[in-house]
Design a protein around this ligand. Structure first.
Ligand SMILES: Cc1ncc(COP(=O)(O)O)c(C=O)c1O
Length: 397
């Protein structure tokens, strides 16, 4: 069976993480790996998660299977978090959720659901997260790239994006990012989101909103604008949600696929298909992460601790952005990187080529993903000087 099986190249992002781990150069700066890190490079368990986990273990009486839709209380709590406590979307019963193994699991379920419903294709703004295409194509979808971000101006090419969006029809799907676009950090403004909704209402395509950084841009309410407004104004919206970053539950593989439809009957029908697809794949999601999230969101005290921690993380990312831009300005790079403080979340894209990225890694021990994605969590007072000095040499060669 496997006599002729060839060895595949490692995944671009996971391969870089491995490479960085073996690099012993003292000046090394890892801006690659897509996890939140503190200044000393750690990704600690969040305090609220630690407390919730202890409570979950204490209450645990069985390891019997969880229900197909997920850990008890998880879906209801996630819906409340995403749509707000008093939303029509949830109160009407036209919105459902199914717990998934992380955001990746949710995207794969979404892909299979769309393929099952004969979606003509899915359009994604370029560049997008490196795993979007593999995940959605593996489910049988045709993934088309449309303009989104202009690397030359470091800004969203909104006219180019809209021109492509206007060509989509009722059998098409548009992949959108929730707050904190990966890899650019450049999010649509609320006005731009409204304009996309106007076109979706007219053309009838389905938005799929991939929400992996809820709470990392501004706050949980502001970041939910795209989901809340689209589901308020459009008849059908699919959402994939990851708890990896905002709850720091990366390895617990916790996320959800959410559908907001026309009525409770349609929502229940779509949920039955999602559960059916999951059953034919991994059966039901791992319970532990979902139980932790449910424990936090059902406790006002733990929710407050978690929200405060999110705010601290958020502020730290903003500080790193400012630190880099200020240091770049002083180093001779001028305003070349000033757009970075206008962007959101962990990532921004540096104006560089793949060759520049290789030089940064090989000559300067600075690890950057693809064609210039950096994780701002890796930038701090202790390394920003060396970083901008190296960037100056490479960008202005
Ligand atoms: C845009 C985006 N979507 C989805 C995911 C999936 O997250 P996970 O499967 O780790 O929950 C990620 C993770 O990096 C992401 O950046």
């Amino acid at each position: 069976m496997f006599a002729k099986t060839d060895l595949l190249a490692p995944d671009a992002i996971l391969g870089l993480t491995k490479l960085s781990a073996t690099d012993k150069r003292e000046e090394k700066i890892d801006l690659g790996v897509g996890v939140y890190r503190t200044e000393d490079g750690a990704t600690p368990v969040m305090g609220a998660v630690d407390l919730a986990e202890r409570a979950v273990i204490k209450k645990q009486t069985t390891k019997a299977y969880t229900p197909a839709e997920g850990a008890p209380g998880f879906c209801e709590a996630i819906l409340k978090l995403v749509f707000g406590p008093d939303s029509e979307q949830v109160a009407s019963g036209r919105t459902i959720a199914v717990q998934s193994p992380g955001g990746c699991g949710a995207l794969r379920l979404a892909g299979e659901l769309l393929a099952r419903n004969e979606a003509a294709g899915i359009s994604a703004g370029a560049p997008t997260w490196a795993n979007h295409k593999p995940l959605l194509a593996a489910a049988g979808l045709d993934v088309h790239m449309i303009p989104y971000y202009d690397v030359k101006t470091s800004m969203i090419d909104f006219d180019g994006f809209l021109a492509s969006v206007k060509k989509l029809g009722p059998t098409d799907v548009l992949l959108l990012h929730g707050a904190c676009h990966n890899p650019t950090g450049a999010d649509l403004s609320h006005e731009q989101i409204d304009a996309v909704i106007d076109i979706a209402a007219e053309r009838g395509f389905l938005p799929l909103i991939d929400t992996a950084y809820h709470g990392f841009a501004t706050d949980l309410e502001t970041d939910a604008y795209i989901v809340r407004e689209m589901t308020r104004r459009l008849p059908e919206v699919l959402i994939t949600y990851s708890c990896s970053k905002n709850f720091g539950l990366y390895r617990e593989r916790t996320g959800a696929i959410i559908f907001a439809g026309r009525n409770p009957e349609q929502a229940a029908a779509v949920q039955s298909h999602i559960i059916n697809i999951a059953r034919a794949s991994y059966s039901m999601p791992p319970a532990h992460g979902g139980a932790i999230v449910s424990e936090i969101l059902h406790s006002p005290e733990l929710t407050q601790i978690w929200r405060d921690e999110l705010t601290t993380m958020n502020q730290a990312m903003r500080n790193s952005r400012k630190l880099l831009v200020d240091a770049a300005r002083e180093s001779g790079l001028g305003n070349q990187l000033s757009y970075i403080t206008e962007q959101n979340g962990m990532f921004s894209l540096l104006p560089m080529t793949i060759e520049d990225v290789t030089v940064m890694r090989e000559e300067f021990a600075i690890y950057i993903v693809g064609a210039g994605r950096i994780n701002l969590c890796g930038v701090h007072g202790g390394n920003v000087g060396y970083l901008v000095q190296s960037l100056n040499q490479v960008l202005n060669r």
